[in-house]
Ligand binder design. Structure first.
Ligand SMILES: Nc1nc2c(ncn2[C@@H]2O[C@H](COP(=O)(O)OP(=O)(O)OP(=O)(O)O)[C@@H](O)[C@H]2O)c(=O)[nH]1
Ligand SMILES: [Mg+2]
Ligand SMILES: [Zn+2]
Length: 298
């Protein structure tokens, strides 16, 4: 390669102004970014070149298929990762599931758009920490038709199902801190050193992973490990964007009296009728109302 040749690479991880690229030939390369590329993210495809001084630098971000964002501590939206084919929302039995957050991740997946896989990790702790209400919540996702995988990162149980679901795709593992995202990836890539952290006495994670990183599952998939979150708030959405995250509603599309029905207080609402008839999962609907309310307070 000549010193001025430009090449395409993919961002593996980023620390401030420095990032690690995977080049087209599969090598990893330390690279700098120019200030104007401040928003470059893990998973981005970029054009890069070797500068006359010998250092590699990124020239441009190639158009993205999509980008998963979440607000930072100041409320400013930050890219978690770009060019995602499938979002794996990871939950566990300890820390216990946060169903509202799972619903918001599902809305985000529909908006990206990306496929989704619900992962329940720490299957070994299910008997000890589950309770009937949680099982009922989980069953609703199954009834809606969301794909769900139960895994046990510690012994690799269920991982084959994940590998099958992500074949040929870029998959991001997202969810609360401490649910075992890094443990799952580490189990799939035994040759990689990936930091995992014990959970605290209360079952809370300790935010062990601090930046998103992309790993290659040779010839099969790209895996992005993302930092655990305390919450996953959604930006202000239109009613249609919000409802797109509820595929169980689509069966009744067009049957409400008002075509912009929010399925709350409106008369002749097909969703409320379906709920009364036991044809829709009630817990999901209750959380839908909570999300709707939080959106109007935005
Ligand atoms: N019992 C049990 N523990 C697990 C399992 N998977 C992961 N753990 C443990 O859960 C703790 C947290 O695992 P991590 O992989 O660091 O979790 P994480 O989701 O990456 O957490 P953050 O990086 O903070 O977001 C570690 O102590 C793991 O050993 C599992 O299947 N069963
Ligand atoms: Mg982690
Ligand atoms: Zn309605």
């Amino acid at each position: 390669m000549t010193k001025t040749a430009q090449d395409i690479g993919r961002v593996i991880t980023r620390y401030g102004a420095e990032l690690i690229l995977e080049t087209a030939s599969g090598e990893q390369l330390r690279c700098t970014t120019r200030r104007k590329l401040e928003h470059v993210a893990c998973g981005d495809y970029v054009r890069w070149q070797v500068e006359p001084q010998g250092n590699a630098s990124v020239l441009a971000i190639l158009p993205r298929k999509n980008v998963l964002e979440r607000p930072d501590f100041r409320g400013k939206l930050r890219a978690v990762a770009a060019n995602i084919d499938i979002l794996l929302v990871v939950s566990s039995w300890r820390p216990e599931p946060n169903w509202e957050m799972l619903d918001r991740y599902l809305v985000a997946a529909h908006l990206l758009p990306a496929e989704v896989l619900i992962v329940f990790n720490k299957a070994d702790l299910r008997d000890r920490y589950h309770h009937p209400e949680q099982e009922a919540c989980l069953r609703e996702y199954f009834e809606i038709g969301y794909p769900i995988v139960h895994t046990q990162a510690v012994d690799g149980n269920g991982l084959a199902e994940i590998v099958e679901a992500i074949q040929g795709k870029t998959a991001i593992f997202a969810g609360q801190s401490g649910v075992g995202k890094s443990s799952l990836i580490s189990q799939m890539l035994p040759e990689q050193v990936i930091r995992v952290g014990a959970i605290g006495e209360t079952g809370e994670g300790r935010h062990t992973t601090t930046v998103s990183s992309l790993y290659q599952l040779a010839g099969q998939a790209s895996l992005i490990d993302s930092p655990g979150v305390r919450d996953f708030p959604l930006p202000k959405l239109t009613i249609n964007q919000l409802q797109a995250g509820y595929p169980e509603f689509t069966r009744f599309a067009g049957e409400c009296r008002f075509n912009n029905c929010t399925h709350q207080h409106e008369p002749s609402c097909a969703i409320k009728a379906a709920l009364a008839a036991g044809e829709l999962p009630p817990r999901r609907y209750q959380r839908y109302l909570t999300l709707l309310k939080s959106q109007s307070n935005n």
